[in-house]
Ligand binder design. Structure first.
Ligand code: ADP
Ligand code: MG
Length: 465
């Protein structure tokens, strides 16, 4: 391998790894990402094995038992040569670059202490997540009233245990509780169970567990998000249980969220389960269509208020989104954001067709999708060619250009990778596909007529589908 290709490969590796990290962030959320994924670096690929660098054995074990399959899965989509992942532990590799950003929101009035003073860090409450922008419908009515009730009378339900699947508003409602209580003099700790574990393990390592324990036991309110992450880790469970009991005995309020009911938690000790169900257990159900639409409309309004500019999204697009994305409010709002962002960049009101194009990678799982074969057929017809000429190795302009257009549209209208596209064009290399895409973009940039022509073909393909 020459130096130049080695460098390029390493560039690809970094790029692929960043892309995988982003995917993991999407799938597992920001907290998991920050705790486990963000600081992992990709070192090299050697004999089909990807080497990742982590900072401690603990992080490695955790990643191996929780995320390794997904990591491999995502990585293989970008580089199918990789069949294995291995880890290197570099203790000094990590320079604590994030430790200062995780300041404890230890909300006694406006008091905010930083990690150095406390020996551990909690999550910040997100001030944007409040009761007032939590839209209430049938599916979350119960949780909403219980949460309100707790802020009015601490200890009324203790613990308050909120469960529901991902993206349904658990973190939102927990932050709403925290933000409401922040107005009082109460000492609140809000953090995810992941972070609880992480900090606890760190305090063992630094031999200052007492500080860790004291900090928790002095809280008036402990809000713990995603408690399912505690399952399986004996020592942490023990510590959690201990903290939990002493808080309840001190009549501190504990509020917990989880992705399943206490009974459905596996690998968690029975006495913890029964303690968790000792107060009020309420669930958030998936939203119905009316609630989904209302959440979308409210989000558009919030965006307008924030940017001081009208959001130009038609009702048919909102209904389309509300109908297609049923299971997670987070996903649904993510989709809305994408369309809003794109309409801002393009500076136009998107049509439903535009919206579908923007969402092509998401919709491909759910709807009939454009295939490369469809694209080839339509391009061949458009230019009156024969398919065998079109797919042959001939390079004369009258077949080469349509071929490049088809490759360009394959990238644009499908979710296929460059190598996949190359293969569908009688085994061409992915660099040929890149060249084609660049060429067509360049031509479109300099020639309006050509741009319309490609647009015209693209419309025909989308209509045929
Ligand atoms: P979970 O913690 O259950 O996975 P989140 O609380 O993070 O879900 O919610 C995902 C997204 O959906 C957040 O942006 C949140 O603000 C929004 N959301 C969820 N439920 C509602 C609701 N009832 N009203 C407004 N926004 C909501
Ligand atoms: Mg959450």
């Amino acid at each position: 391998m020459t130096i130049i290709t080695a460098l390029k490969d390493n560039g690809d590796l970094k790029k692929n790894w960043s892309e995988v990290q982003l995917k993991l962030k999407e799938v597992y959320g920001i907290d998991v990402y920050k705790s486990w994924i963000q600081n992992v670096e990709a070192k090299e690929i050697h004999h089909n094995s990807l080497t990742l660098i982590v900072k401690t054995r603990f992080v490695r074990d955790w990643i191996v038992s929780h995320y390794a399959d997904k990591i491999l899965d995502f990585f293989q989509k970008l580089d199918s040569s990789v069949t294995r992942i291995q880890f290197e532990i570099h203790e000094n590799f990590y320079n604590e670059k994030n430790s200062q950003t995780n300041i404890v929101d230890f909300a006694t009035g406006s008091q905010v202490l930083d990690s150095k003073d406390l020996g551990y860090t909690a999550n910040r409450l997100d001030h944007r997540l409040t009761f007032s922008n939590f839209v209430v419908g049938e599916s979350n009515q119960l949780v909403f009233s219980a949460a309100k009730r707790v802020t009015e009378t601490l200890g009324h339900y203790n613990p308050l245990f909120i469960y529901g699947s991902v993206g349904l508003g658990k973190t939102h409602i927990l932050n709403a509780i925290g933000n409401e209580l922040k107005k009082t003099e109460k000492k609140i700790i809000y953090l995810s169970a992941e972070r609880f574990m992480y900090q606890f393990v760190k305090s063992i390592k630094n031999k200052d567990t007492q500080k860790f324990k004291d900090a928790f036991r002095n809280a008036d309110v402990l809000i713990l998000d995603d408690v399912q992450f505690i399952s399986g880790k004996e020592v942490t469970q023990e510590e959690f249980f201990y903290t939990f009991n002493s808080l309840i005995e001190n009549q501190s309020q504990v509020i917990i969220s989880c992705d399943r009911s206490p009974n459905d938690l596996d690998r968690i000790q029975d006495r913890i389960k029964s303690r968790l169900s000792g107060g009020l257990v309420v669930d958030i159900q998936p939203p119905d269509i009316a609630l989904r639409l209302q959440i979308l409309k409210n989000r558009c309004k919030a965006e307008e208020a924030y940017f001081g500019k009208e959001v130009l999204i038609n009702d048919d697009i909102l209904s389309f989104i509300a109908n297609e994305f049923k299971s997670s409010i987070r996903d649904m709002l993510g989709v809305l954001n994408r369309i809003i962002a794109s309409s801002r960049i393009q500076n136009k009101i998107p049509t439903l067709q535009d919206a579908k194009l923007i969402l092509k990678d998401l919709l491909s799982n759910m709807q009939s999708v454009v295939t490369i074969e469809d694209i080839q057929k339509i391009v061949v017809n458009y230019y009156n060619l024969s398919m065998s000429d079109f797919l042959s190795s001939r390079r004369s302009r009258h077949v080469a250009r349509p071929r490049q257009i088809a490759m360009y549209l394959s990238k644009k209208l499908t979710t296929k990778s460059l190598p996949d596209i190359g293969r569908k064009f009688t085994g061409r290399d992915h660099t040929t596909v890149i060249h084609a895409i660049k060429k067509i973009e360049e031509l479109m940039g300099g020639d309006k007529k050509f741009e319309y022509e490609v647009q015209d073909i693209s419309n025909k393909i989308l209509k045929s589908n």
